[in-house]
Design a binder for this molecule. Structure first.
Ligand code: FPP
Length: 250
């Protein structure tokens, strides 16, 4: 296997493990979510430093409404508070925020918070941060199919792809899930087709710069074939057993 990939253009993350982080410390689960915001801030900064172009994170899934009502309302409140606190720094760092997911069903206060954060960061170009909120991969495929049908277009991969909620970015190169579970949980079902997957046993609040660098380094060691053979990807003269050293990520 030969691999020497560059920094992934698009990283996507399932930020799992906030609840366990808190429970292990005899804290309420929401304390874990609050630490999760700190971990997200660190991760955004590292992505900016590493020249990642797009970071997409799963902050609230279509299924998270089924959690206890007080946890759901704390997550909504945390989002509004975090946006108020973080947007000025995100603007300074050149981070553009976009929210991906169904807006219907969100309160007026939350909707306003999302819209304000999007418009205040609209001109930023260094990193695009997609926050999947009230999002599910199945919802995305269904809404794209409805859009395509509504336009009277044939249901083709191209038309569906262009109607997806993440059509504004290339598919993720690397999908990371923290918290030790090894599943996709309705995240980016369409866009994950050729993503490299990395599962970390770290709980999300513990996921730091070194952990992100480890995931990027593992990605750089993968061979992406997109359905082709190894020698097609590497060229006929290359020994398929050669493993190149990891590239510097910093
Ligand atoms: C999964 O951990 C995490 C979530 C459902 C919420 C993710 C939210 C953040 C990281 C904070 C940033 C969010 C906003 C709103 C800006 P879990 O609760 O399922 O953890 P567990 O598996 O240990 O129970």
């Amino acid at each position: 296997m030969t691999a020497n990939l560059s920094i992934p253009r698009h990283i996507a993350i399932v930020m799992d493990g906030n609840g366990r982080w808190a429970t292990r410390r005899f804290l309420p689960r929401v304390a874990g979510h609050s630490q999760g915001v700190d971990a997200l801030r660190r991760c955004v900064k590292t992505c900016v430093d590493r020249d990642v172009e797009v970071l997409t994170v799963f902050a609230f899934s279509s299924e998270n409404w089924n959690r206890p009502a007080d946890e759901v309302s704390c997550l909504m409140e945390l989002l509004v508070l975090a946006l108020g606190r973080e947007v000025p720094q995100l603007r300074q760092d050149g981070v553009r925020l976009l929210f991906v997911g169904e807006r219907a069903g969100l309160s007026e206060r939350v909707t306003l918070g999302l819209e304000q954060a999007e418009s205040l960061t609209a001109d930023n170009k260094r990193l695009l941060l997609n926050i999947c909120f009230n999002y599910g991969g199945r919802w995305d495929i269904a809404q794209a199919a409805a859009k395509v049908a509504g336009q009277g277009l044939p249901v083709t991969e191209k038309n569906l792809g262009e109607a997806m909620a993440l059509a504004h970015v290339p598919d993720p190169d690397l999908i990371i899930r923290t918290g030790g579970e090894q599943r996709i949980s309705n995240f980016l079902l369409w866009q994950a087709a050729y993503a490299e997957l990395f599962f970390s046993s770290k709980l999300w609040p513990e996921f730091d710069e070194a952990a992100l660098d480890e995931a990027i380094a593992a990605y750089q060691h993968r061979e992406r074939r997109f359905g082709q053979t190894s020698s097609q990807v590497n060229g006929p003269g290359i020994n398929e057993k050669t493993v190149l050293p990891l590239r510097q990520t910093a």
